[in-house]
Design a binder for this molecule. Structure first.
Ligand SMILES: [Zn+2]
Length: 468
């Protein structure tokens, strides 16, 4: 007896080399795993059925890099240079751990309602944010921020080398160790942890060595921003006389355990090296486009045979945490970069948000495609939504291009994670959405009031212009 049967849908399995479409098929689920995909075996019965007629059934989307704890700052830090120092930090410093948790719930709900089932959440206070992931029922593969930034950071001008503080680093490494002991593999394996050094400019070689040893010990990955901006490269050159990637490679840190986020400033040669070493890359097209006006070298990374996933990054930069948005941006920006409409086709980008993304984050045995034995992370998408209608199956199919170039996430009707129905007909079943948004409104108003915004901060100018 099955627990759940999703039947009569266009099933996009994401198996094989393309997207693996079954024009009319079903998916059977027992416990938290997929029992069969395709034809319903004779005599098969289920406790519960979902009719997916006129709907697409596919694996849940993977957001391989998100800082959900910053969600209260959505829309507060755009259209400026030196984004982190000028626009993000003044607001981020006003956030309390409780604010992070309240904001994180908004981001998680936003993601789930747009079809995200796996969140590679990267933040401080992860122990507390994981309570949100447990409550909503998401699959989370998290990392606690590790850096050696001193608690009493002196006032620095842009371009000053920041001091590193060993004690802070050891304390945060210890927090990560505790996080791994408490959460890694919990929730029937739904929750797993990675190690999260913030960037090569914010940790010493000694601390990075300890981080990689810990990753080895727990057999997990190291989720790190690499070559994420001119600020980082400038710090590396001042501290070591070397750019990030050559320095990391010299220390032996570019390997299969590394999930390298952004590579914004990586040269083609550096990018090829990261791919050759077997490290994975996370491409955050929306965030890096808005923050830096740059299209990261994903095409070079893919040409080098690298494993690539997509991430939405954080709400104060990207504004939205929606993988349909990331897929569309990724395809369009890379076509523009290459001046070639044939690159980054819809099917390939859909793979980046599902099976190829799963490979990049080391979960390909569990998720990313609809196959017997895999975990049941499934989304059902309404193809009668005006943005996806009319679906055409013969002689060519329009469904995948429509999902990537037209859908906005609101077409996601039902979300199943680890065999549990989390959203049904767009109603969230596990948490009170209205209550979460009300808490966020109150907390965000207080944060904005507390933020110390000096006259030199561009964000103030932006807001002043808004008010003219
Ligand atoms: Zn990030």
């Amino acid at each position: 007896m099955l627990d759940l049967l999703i039947k009569n849908g266009v099933v996009i399995t994401m198996t094989g080399k393309g997207v693996g479409v079954i024009p009319r098929g079903s998916v059977g689920i027992k416990g938290n795993r997929i029992e069969f995909v395709g034809e319903i075996p004779t005599g098969c019965r289920a406790h519960r059925e979902i009719d997916a007629t006129n709907k697409a059934v596919m694996p849940g989307l993977i957001d391989a890099h998100i800082h959900s704890g910053l969600a209260l700052l959505r829309g507060l830090a755009q259209d400026t240079d030196h984004w982190m120092q000028k626009a993000l930090w003044p607001f981020a410093h006003a956030l309390t751990p409780e604010d992070d948790k309240i904001g994180s719930m908004v981001n998680i709900i936003e993601g789930v309602m747009a079809g995200t089932t796996t969140f590679c959440d990267y933040d401080s206070n992860m122990d507390s944010l994981l309570e949100n992931h447990m409550k909503v029922g998401t699959r989370a593969r998290v990392a606690e921020t590790i850096n050696e930034m001193p608690d009493d950071m002196p006032e620095l001008d842009i371009g000053d080398l920041y001091p590193l503080d060993q004690d802070s680093g050891q304390r945060l490494l210890d927090t990560s160790r505790k996080l791994l002991d408490k959460w890694h593999g919990s929730g029937q394996g739904r929750i797993t942890c990675m190690l999260g050094p913030q960037g090569p400019d914010m940790v010493s070689a000694q601390l990075l060595q300890q981080v990689f040893e810990l990753a080895e010990q727990y057999d997990t990955m190291v989720h790190m921003h690499v070559a994420q901006g001119d600020r980082e490269i400038d710090q590396m050159l001042k501290r070591y006389g070397k750019r990030s990637i050559p320095w990391l490679d010299e220390q032996g840190f570019i390997n299969q355990r590394l999930l390298a986020v952004h590579l914004t400033e990586a040269t083609d040669e550096e990018t090829r090296l990261v791919a050759q070493r077997g490290a994975s890359m996370v491409l955050c097209s929306g965030s890096i486009g808005i923050i830096d006006g740059i299209i990261p070298p994903a095409a070079t990374f893919l040409a080098g045979g690298g494993r690539l996933a997509l991430g939405s990054d954080q709400a104060p930069g990207n504004n939205c945490n929606n993988m349909f948005n990331e897929m569309k941006f990724t395809s369009i920006l890379n076509k523009c970069r290459a001046r070639d409409p044939r690159v980054f086709p819809a099917w390939q980008v859909l793979r980046m948000a599902t099976i190829d993304g799963a490979r990049a984050i080391g979960l390909e045995e569990e998720i990313g495609s609809l196959e017997p034995g895999k975990k049941a992370d499934i989304i059902v998408i309404d193809m009668d939504a005006p943005s996806l209608c009319p679906p055409i199956l013969e002689p060519v199919r329009n469904i995948v291009p429509n999902l990537v170039y037209s859908a906005n996430g609101s077409e996601v009707d039902t979300v199943v994670i680890d065999g549990q129905v989390i959203m049904e007909e767009r109603r969230l079943l596990t948490v009170d959405r209205q209550k979460a948004m009300a808490e966020a409104r109150t907390a965000a108003a207080a944060v904005a009031g507390r933020a110390k915004l000096g006259p030199d901060i561009l964000a103030v100018e932006m807001m002043a212009k808004d008010q003219l």
